[in-house]
Structure formats: C-alpha cells, structure tokens
Design a binder for this molecule. Structure first.
Ligand code: F0G
Length: 466
C-alpha cells in the first residue's frame, strides 16, 4: 500500500500490457554464476538475475505511445522528422533553443568536455559522476567537489543534499581564478550521494554567483524530473507548480545541459546536449559528426529519437508519473528501515543506497565491503545491485592512489514502471535475511583492475580469512 505524505493512495498511473518472464536460479547456481562473474555484478548474465536493480539506466518500461512512436521512425540519414519532434520537445519542456542528439549521456559529456574544457581547467561539481569526471579529465581538466558537506554523511537528513556549497565555490575562485573555471557541472538528483536533489533557492544563488564571475552552469539533466518533484514537495512556495514548469525554471537558470535520456526521458537508449549559445552549438555540431553521427541523429535511429521525444513529454506532462515513481522508491526504503537496514537518508529519487560501512562494520574499506555485499545479496536472492564506493571512485588521476570516499554504498536502483509491490516485498525480505547473518560476509581482493572506470569490469575473489 503506497500512501503519500497527505495519507492519500498513490496508484500506479498505468497498467501492464506486455510482460517479460523472470527466471530464478537456485542458490548453488547463483553461487556458481557470481564466481564465474568474478564477484562483479556487472559481469552477470541478465538471464541469471531474478530482480534487476543494477541501474535505472535504459531499463524503463516504455509506454504504448512510445512503442507506437518506434513504428514512426523516419530512418533518413539526414533531416529525419523525428529529429524535428525531439527538437520541439526539448524546446517545449526544457526551453533550450539548440539540441545535439547523442547515443547516450556520455556521448554528450565527451563533446561538452572537448569544447568547454582546456588543459589545466578546474570543473566544480555537486559530487562527481564516474563517466562525467573521466571525460573532464580526458579533456585536461580536474574535477573539484563543491557539494555541501551533508551530502557525504549518510545519516544527515538535509532535504537538499545535492546543493552546492557557495563558500567552497568562492574559495575555489580565489585559489585558481574564475578564468580557469569554464563551468559548474550541476547534477540533478545527485547519483553518488543517493539520488539527492538541489533546491531552486540554491540554484538561484549559484546563478547569481556564476554571473558575477562569468562562469557558466551546465546542468546534468539526467534526473531533472525527479529533482523537480522534490522541489515541489519539499521547497516552500512550489507545491502548486506543475512539474513541467519546475523543469523549465531549473533550465532557465542554466546555460545548457547534457542528458542521459535513459533515465528520466524513459527510453532504452539516447541522450543529448542542449544550449542557447549559437557558437557553442556550432562547435558541438562539428564534433558530433566525428564521434556520434550526423547532427540530426547523433548515433541514434530515427525511431529512438521519436521514443525520446514522446518520453520527455510523458515524464513531465503528467505529474502523477513521477510522484508514483518516487513514492514507490520511498516505500521500499521505509520497509528496509523498519527492519533496521542502514540506508542513506533522506531516501533519494532513483534508488535506495545501503550503507555498507554500517551494514558490515567488520570489513575495512580496503576489503571492498559494498562490492562484497552486492555479491552476497545476489547469492541470497538473485537480486542484482551495484557497488558505489571505493571501487567506483577509482584512483586519483595524478597520484594513482585509491580514492577512499566517505560513502561506501550498495545501490538498489529502481527501473521506472517495471516492478510491482510484490517484488519489493521480496527484496525487503531477502535483504533482511542477509542483514541477520551480516558478520559472515567476507571481504574481497581485486584480482584484475581495468585502467579506467574499473567498477564495470574488475575481477574480485573472497578473502577466506576475514
Ligand atoms: N550523468 C549521470 C548523473 C548519470 O547517472 C549517468 C549514467 C550519466 C551521466 C551518463 O549517462 O549512461 O547514458 O552514458 N548513469 C548510469 C547509472 C550508468 O547506472 O547510474 P549514460
């Protein structure tokens, strides 16, 4: 039963038309599968997974309207009418004038970083995201974390843990000068902090600060609809604003955005870069043809562009959609908290994050407690989750040393419109079972480490003695 804060029923604003079967392996088969996958949930076959909470990226169930749009794909190499529809949707919903489609978010991050970052530049952001930071570094820049301190504390109940700390920004400008800061990377519903939003008040203050120093704000709009929902329910004065108006308001306070459309735009593939500055657009168009495809398809089929255009409207024009989505995540988190499972608070937008440091205090961070817990949850239940801790943080690009993040988390990410309450009841039950025997969880050692974004492909094995 899902009730909102006013104790009203929150029903899914959709019903199921097509289904996909789920298969379940027995425990011995799951143990073999995780051993074969080197204790890395990214290396599991999806057919070995009972409930897939690896990511909310590209895993949404599309609507019948979006599927119908796939049949309307105009697969011309140039000037597809589906591009026109997408351009119109981005102008309507976000308000930016120019759009460059890309195959997914990181395609847009690549082009953005190549254009705006010069070697030696510093890019402040409200916490890092893995691919975003890597593209900044590959372009010669260095990421600087300017999120408020509360974001690094899994117990802080701050309602806007995604806020930027303006004092940290001011100190950075004093240290390196504004000329070295091409833009602030502002992420909506900060992923690595637990899906935590920023407030409009904070964004307005950031806009004032960046105007004063002639620094751009580039929004990572990947989860901007969810951020808009949190503003609506948590920030005074916006209760009656439609989600689409809040999204427009956020975008109007920035200079451009990149988006992985695989999340809030409800598609299985796609992304884009959008802006108002014509010179920036011209440069982006020149690069997209090299790395992605012509500027009217950017690595996507016409049908994908159509599904994305329809998804953008669908996600923002019926407020019940995002309200139900967030309530579903919150209800799941509440159930886990009732069983004492330590999770990041407040419950965020797209996922529940288990605090592995508090779940398995017997394991030091060098023993990859979150990676080990993700493997254990899979063995117990067939549920696939993801590590978001020391493995994801990787190494310092200059010193080569491991980065030790304060947050050592396991992410249980909720795909949009895919699972029902029964699935979450199962997940709650089995995670509690793991919690009851948590002291048996063994640490891991890394036996293969890729150079970049190691969490995707690294190999591990249990250390028997700890
Ligand atoms: N920005 C954020 C905040 C993201 O969460 C992601 C992807 C990207 C950018 C890159 O987009 O995957 O389309 O290339 N996040 C996925 C996740 C991978 O599981 O959180 P992409």
């Amino acid at each position: 039963m899902i009730l909102n804060s006013k104790k009203e029923w929150v029903l899914p604003p959709y019903k199921i038309k097509a289904i996909e079967p789920i298969y379940t392996l027995c425990r011995e088969e799951r143990l073999k599968a995780i051993q074969h996958s080197h204790y890395n949930t990214f290396l599991l076959s999806s057919s070995d997974v009972t409930m897939d909470l690896l990511t909310d990226s590209g895993t949404s169930a599309m609507s019948d309207y979006q599927w119908a749009g796939l049949m309307m794909g105009d697969e011309a190499y140039a000037g597809s009418c589906n591009f026109d529809h997408l351009e119109e949707a981005v102008r309507d919903v976000f308000g930016y004038h120019y759009i460059v489609p890309t195959h997914q978010g990181r395609g847009a991050e690549h082009i953005l970083s190549k254009i705006l970052i010069h070697p030696g530049d510093i890019i402040p952001g409200n916490m890092y995201f893995t691919t975003t930071k890597l593209h900044q570094e590959l372009a010669g820049g260095t990421f600087s974390d300017v999120i408020i301190d509360e974001a690094h504390d899994s117990l802080s109940e701050h309602p806007f843990k995604g806020n930027v700390d303006l004092q940290k920004c001011e100190a950075l400008v004093q240290k390196v000068t504004a000329k070295k800061i091409p833009y602030v990377n502002l992420q909506a519903c900060v992923n690595m902090a637990g899906g935590q939003p920023f407030s409009l008040e904070n964004l307005r203050a950031l806009r004032e600060f960046t105007h004063r120093h002639r620094i751009k704000i580039i929004l990572d709009a990947t989860r901007v609809v969810e951020n808009a929902h949190f503003i609506k329910v948590r920030e005074k004065g916006y209760e009656s604003w439609p989600i689409v108006s809040l999204v427009r308001e956020i975008c109007s306070l920035t200079d451009g955005c990149f988006m992985s459309a695989k999340k809030d735009a409800l598609v299985n593939i796609g992304g884009f870069l959008a802006m108002n500055d014509e010179a920036f657009f011209t440069e982006a168009k020149a690069l997209v043809v090299i790395y992605e495809g012509l500027h009217t398809y950017g690595g996507l089929a016409g049908r994908d562009l159509e599904a994305m255009a329809r998804g953008l409207y669908e996600a923002t024009c019926d407020d019940r959609f995002v309200a139900h989505r967030i309530q579903q995540v919150e209800e799941f988190g509440r159930k886990l908290m009732q069983r004492d499972i330590p999770i990041v608070k407040p419950i965020g937008g797209h996922a529940i994050f288990i605090d592995a440091k508090r779940f398995s205090p017997h394991l030091s961070q060098d023993l990859f407690p979150a990676q080990a817990l993700a493997a254990e949850i899979y063995i117990e239940s067939g549920i696939r989750t993801m590590e978001r801790g020391i493995v994801s943080s990787g190494r310092d690009s200059k010193t080569g040393k491991n980065i030790y993040p304060k947050l050592e988390l396991v992410r249980l990410t909720i795909p949009r419109r895919v699972y029902t309450q029964e699935h979450f009841e199962y997940a709650t039950h089995v995670i509690h079972e793991v919690y009851l025997r948590r002291r048996e969880i063994k640490g891991l050692q890394m036996t293969f480490e890729p150079k970049q974004l190691r969490f995707f492909q690294a190999h591990f094995q249990p250390i028997p003695c700890c």
